[in-house]
Design a protein around this ligand. Sequence first.
Ligand code: SF4
Ligand code: SF4
Length: 112
Amino acid sequence: MTYVVTDNCIRCKYTDCVEVCPVDCFYEGENMLVIHPDECIDCGVCEPECPAEAIKPDTEPDMETWVEFNRKFSEAWPNLTTRRDHPEDAEKFDGMEGKLETHFSEAPGEGD
Ligand code: SF4
Ligand code: SF4
């Protein structure tokens, strides 16, 4: 199994998760992070750190699409291992419906 980042990360991107990951398997897009499913060791420590509750185990229902989504973009985006300041308007986007359609960007983030 693996943990994956889902759509509530979009435009939230608090990055609390990357600090705790023992294998540094988070990758940064312009507006969200993803986890590389083959690098994640399923330790679960990132899940409770995410204030947006965007991190889920792939054992939850209907996660196949998110596993493939995380795989695709983790291979395209740069690695992020240290916390950075979140966008000032992050709170406004927490819990917003339909962000994948309206606010997702395939562009890579800066990484570190
Ligand atoms: S803590 Fe959650 S919302 Fe923030 S970057 Fe990590 S997965 Fe995304
Ligand atoms: S479950 Fe563990 S290894 Fe996987 S992304 Fe979270 S902190 Fe990293």
